[in-house]
Design a protein around this ligand. Structure first.
Ligand SMILES: [Zn+2]
Length: 347
């Protein structure tokens, strides 16, 4: 119990004060410079349709299978000032807008692993939006006339609103969940004191994500610093969160996990593969993920790059102008991953 409380305190402190090592890691991604003009690559409908892709949008970029893919990392979407763990609604909207205008279209980590680029129009590039820590700011309900609605001012509400006015912007993104952390970081809020969210809404939100095109990812039960615990505790922490996700979406196959604070367990492999015996039932439960997300490092390698390592996928944190700069820099340096039509076929 003591261990748990300590970890919760550490988690809360890190998330509110900003962890320096993370900030330093993020700084490595700021390699763009000079005057850069944004170029809209989304063109009018026309040209030959790629097999598997049914949309009318087209981009103008040349194929670049081994280019980089930006995997963006968000935490809290709220407040009136940007910080390491907080993105204002205005900045979040601006990020979506920048990605759209530059001809990036969202996919999930699972799609990236499968080289499934059918949601990316020809001549455009994939981008992955990842949301860590399951705070109410990312996905909030409001009760209206006895019915639950997604709060239009929450991250999900903003996303859905954006999609309505931006053709081709699909519901694709990866949510790295916690289901037992402090301060409402429990499947998007477990108490009215956290943005009015009720405990009984939690599973419904997680199920909604899975049913609507988003990917569910394991981020441990209460954001454990995996490097500081014995193997058994690491496995329990990851497995119990996976079991929580399974309770919300029975049978869901989790393929991605995100390391809290980017810290690896002493036994690295336990991040993606392990098991835990539930003392209550005596039953053994096991997990086996294909992807592990780091906390920073810049745009990640493409699955076509021989050096692509799905067990160490780099990300770009939503800090300052890093996202806009990264998306623009990949464009001007012609290092964006651009799939070919063939890959847009379902596999
Ligand atoms: Zn986290």
């Amino acid at each position: 119990m003591d261990r748990r409380i300590l970890a919760i305190l550490a988690f809360t402190a890190a998330c509110s004060s900003g962890a320096e090592h993370n900030a330093n890691a993020a700084a490595k991604t700021d390699s763009a410079g000079g005057n850069v003009t944004s170029t809209a690559v989304a063109g009018p409908a026309g040209g030959t349709s790629s097999a598997g892709y049914t949309g009318t949008e087209r981009g103008t970029l040349d194929q670049n299978l081994t280019g980089r893919i930006p995997v963006l990392e968000y935490h809290v979407i709220d407040g009136d000032k940007n910080s390491l763990y907080t993105r204002t609604v205005a900045s979040y909207k601006a990020d979506l807008d920048t990605a759209y205008k530059l001809g990036y279209r969202p996919i999930t980590i699972a799609q990236m692993l499968d080289k499934d680029f059918r949601d990316v129009p020809p001549g455009m590039s994939p981008v992955v939006f990842v949301y860590d820590d399951a705070s109410p700011s990312q996905f909030r309900y409001v009760e209206k006339d006895g019915k639950l609605e997604i709060d239009p001012t929450s991250g999900m509400g903003i996303w859905l609103d954006f999609a309505k006015s931006h053709p081709g912007w699909k519901n694709r993104g990866t949510y790295c969940l916690l289901n037992g952390a402090a301060a409402g970081h429990n499947f998007f809020g477990d108490n009215p004191k956290f943005d009015g969210q009720k405990k009984e809404w939690r599973f419904q939100k997680v199920k909604w994500l899975a049913d609507n095109g988003f990917e569910l990812c394991d981020h441990t039960l209460w954001h454990m610093k995996l490097s500081q615990y014995p193997d058994a505790a690491v496995q329990e922490q990851i497995m119990r969160n996976a079991m929580g996700i399974d309770s919300a979406v029975p049978g869901y196959k989790i393929r991605t996990m995100a390391l809290p604070y980017g810290l690896w367990p002493k036994n690295r492999q336990l991040a993606w593969q392990g098991s835990w015996k539930d003392p209550k039932t005596g039953q053994e439960h096991s997990y086996n993920f294909q992807a592990v997300l780091e906390v920073a490092g810049g745009p990640t390698r493409s699955p076509y790059d021989p050096q692509f390592n799905p067990k160490s996928i780099n990300r770009v944190q939503a800090v300052g102008d890093d996202i806009a700069r990264t998306l623009t820099q990949l464009t001007t340096s012609k290092t964006r991953m651009v799939p070919r039509g063939k890959d847009q076929v379902a596999q």
